[in-house]
Design a protein around this ligand. Structure first.
Ligand code: PLP
Length: 381
């Protein structure tokens, strides 16, 4: 019987105290008790989103909030721009196409990050673009983008909105919605928020709320105006996933207690330790600008990453993620987001070393762990 260790970029491990909190007998959602919790959740989310705007909690996976952004901000025929450098950029394109928008893409080689200049050039060539869709961390490649610079570029276009999928990065990396000029920020429960899947979050800027009133795409369950009206009464339009909301309140308290800047710093150190370890093992990272939430590692020709992930999962209870789409078999991904500390990262690195050695890859046992320890020690961890 193996102990299960989850190092996937969603779902991630849920803290014991949160699991226990969610195991308590259920309460009803139209009660003062639940409204109090909901109010606390809304306030805590504002802190993590770094926004003064309302953050809405949707009962869906992250894709639901992506769909809500498309359905509420675009009308059929509207021009939009999608940064497509992996699976999740692709998803925004497919969603916008499904709603009848006129979609242009900025294709980005998988593993690279779009520059603010490329977005600026695309907006100049089509000033009718109403919405720019981006992914803060493209989870399929581990690539992170410079959102501050992109926000500054889009802000030069007063008619254009910036929508950001931060599903695998909010609560792990620095992201300041209001300060950086993000018009719609999206996240979900099962990544750095340390919860099971089932909740999606979305906040809109005042400029985006104006666009919601003008947009004519059909919507019902994800009608954000309706949501906003009930939110004013500290309520949700439909039955919320209240067990998860109860867990969310607990998680937000943990994040507040640690302090958001410290949360970002912890992720930065864990990411750096993982990256240094992979380099010490002679492995290449896929992303040019890697995210601090996960590390995508390329395996040399002849080594099958899928087989490595499967063997570790089935033989040792350690779960990494493999590659998606065209990266299947070529990369494996180690998540270090959410409820993770330095010792767990060392475990993950040791597991990589052991499995690679089993596959016949030449390495010095402990080289990766030693490199990671150095980073952790120098960071005071
Ligand atoms: C960046 C990103 N966007 C979107 C999604 C889709 O989210 P969900 O599977 O919760 O619908 C994911 C999930 O892995 C993601 O990492």
């Amino acid at each position: 019987m193996w102990k299960s260790r989850l190092f996937t970029p969603g779902p991630t491990a849920v803290p014991d105290e949160v699991l226990l909190e969610m195991a308590r007998p259920l309460i009803h959602h139209r009660t003062p008790q639940f409204r109090k919790l909901l109010k606390e959740a809304f306030e805590g989310l504002k802190y993590v989103f770094q926004t003064g705007q309302d953050v809405m909690i949707l009962t869906s996976s992250g894709t639901g909030a992506m769909e809500a952004a498309v359905a509420n901000l675009l009308s059929p025929g509207d021009h939009c721009l999608v940064v497509e450098g992996g699976k999740f950029g692709e998803r925004f394109r497919e969603l916008a196409q499904a709603y009848g928008a006129a979609v242009k893409t900025i294709p980005v080689e998988w593993g690279r990050s779009v520059s603010a200049g490329a977005i600026e050039a695309a907006l100049k060539s089509d000033p009718a673009v109403k919405v720019v869709f981006t992914t803060l961390c493209e989870t399929s490649t581990g690539a992170h983008l410079d959102l501050k610079a992109i926000g500054a570029a889009v802000r030069q276009h007063p008619e254009t909105l910036l929508v950001v999928d931060a599903i695998s990065s909010l609560g792990a990396v620095e992201c300041r919605m209001d300060e950086w000029g993000v018009d719609a920020l999206i996240s979900a429960s099962q990544k750095a928020f340390m919860l099971p899947p089932g909740l999606a979050f979305i906040a809109l800027s005042p400029k985006a709320w104006k666009a919601v009133e003008a947009a004519r795409s059909p919507r019902y369950y994800f009608d954000l105006s309706a949501y906003r009206q009930t939110l004013a009464k500290e309520d949700t339009p439909y039955t919320p996933a209240l067990t998860l909301v109860i867990g969310l309140v607990r998680v937000l308290r943990m994040m507040k207690e640690e302090g958001l800047e410290n949360v970002w710093r912890r992720h930065r150190i864990l990411a750096e330790a993982t990256r240094e370890a992979m380099r010490a093992l002679g492995l290449k990272l896929l992303a040019e600008h890697p995210s601090d939430g996960l590390t995508a590692v390329l395996l040399p020709e002849g080594l099958d990453a899928e087989a490595m992930v499967k063997a570790l999962r089935d033989q040792s209870g350690i779960t990494f993620a493999g590659g998606q789409g065209k990266l299947k078999g070529r990369i494996f991904r180690i998540a270090h987001m959410g409820w993770v500390d330095g010792f767990e990262v060392l475990e993950a690195i040791a597991a990589v070393e052991i499995q690679l050695a089993r596959l016949g890859y030449g390495l010095t046992p402990g080289a990766g762990v030693a490199a990671a320890e150095k980073v952790l020690l120098s960071a005071g961890g």
